[in-house]
Design a protein around this ligand. Structure first.
Ligand SMILES: *Cc1c(COP(=O)(O)O)cnc(C)c1O
Length: 230
């Protein structure tokens, strides 16, 4: 059943790619499994899916300990500096870096494990006060600053668009993030490739793909609604 949901999301992503003249292989579906049981993850794992997104460190640690080691774990939620040490050894991609201080901590923890951790910069494109992320104006300077850290590698940008009834309302937000990434990439900052764009959730991932998303973070449309009361 979850496999059918994932297949449906994949189909809509592929169709959006076709409409916008993109290669469907450019878009990764990150199945957002926060609050969902390990059995649900395993159902998709057994169907061949490997990219899963989590928001809470404690939950991510438990799932990582329990589940197959070839799962690619994406940290998509706000990350506190004192929690980085728990995920530094294995995290596949951190989507939510929004300060130099956090980047420094990731760099330090990555060095302890002799690895380079790939990250995205979280940008608050919509300017909502409730959202994490740097402003578009601050982004280039932060990228330049982080680019000097040896054990961290910037791969792109991430945003969470405002929740709207009509996903068309988020189109400009996604286009702005794409334009910002093209702009930063054109500066040819050493060690920086700003190719990845993590944007689009259950309610707006189709529009996000039409606007250039390379990673959609889809929870509800795959796993069903979340129950936070448990
Ligand atoms: C929970 C979450 C998602 C998934 O949201 P859905 O609407 O369930 O698809 C995506 N991105 C972030 C940052 C999240 O916290």
């Amino acid at each position: 059943m979850l496999k059918a949901n994932l297949d449906h999301v994949r189909k809509l992503v592929d169709e959006a790619c076709e409409r916008s003249g993109r290669d469907a292989s450019e878009v990764t579906i990150v199945a957002v499994s926060k609050t969902k049981p390990e059995e649900a993850i395993m159902e998709l794992y057994e169907a061949g899916h490997r990219d899963f997104g989590e928001n809470y460190i404690q939950e991510l640690r438990k799932k990582h300990d329990d589940l197959p080691k070839d799962i690619r774990w994406h940290m998509i939620g706000h990350l506190q500096r004192n929690k980085v040490k728990y995920i530094a050894e294995y995290i596949h991609l951190i989507h939510s870096v929004d300060s130099y201080a956090l980047a420094e901590t990731i760099d330090k923890e990555a060095a302890k494990h002799n690895r380079i951790i790939p990250i995205l910069i979280e940008v608050n494109v919509g300017g909502e006060e409730s959202k994490f992320g740097v402003t578009p104006e601050e982004t280039t300077a932060l990228v330049e600053q982080i680019s000097h850290l040896p054990n961290i590698r910037i791969e792109g940008l991430m945003t969470s668009a405002p929740y709207v009834e009509d996903p068309e309302e988020d189109r400009a937000c996604f286009a702005n993030l794409r334009d910002l990434s093209v702009d930063i990439d054109s500066k040819k900052i050493d060690n920086v490739k700003v190719n990845a764009l993590s944007m689009g959730m259950s309610n707006d991932y189709i529009v996000a793909v039409e606007e250039g998303s390379t990673m959609v973070r889809v929870g509800t449309s795959i796993f069903g609604a979340r129950d936070y009361s448990k």
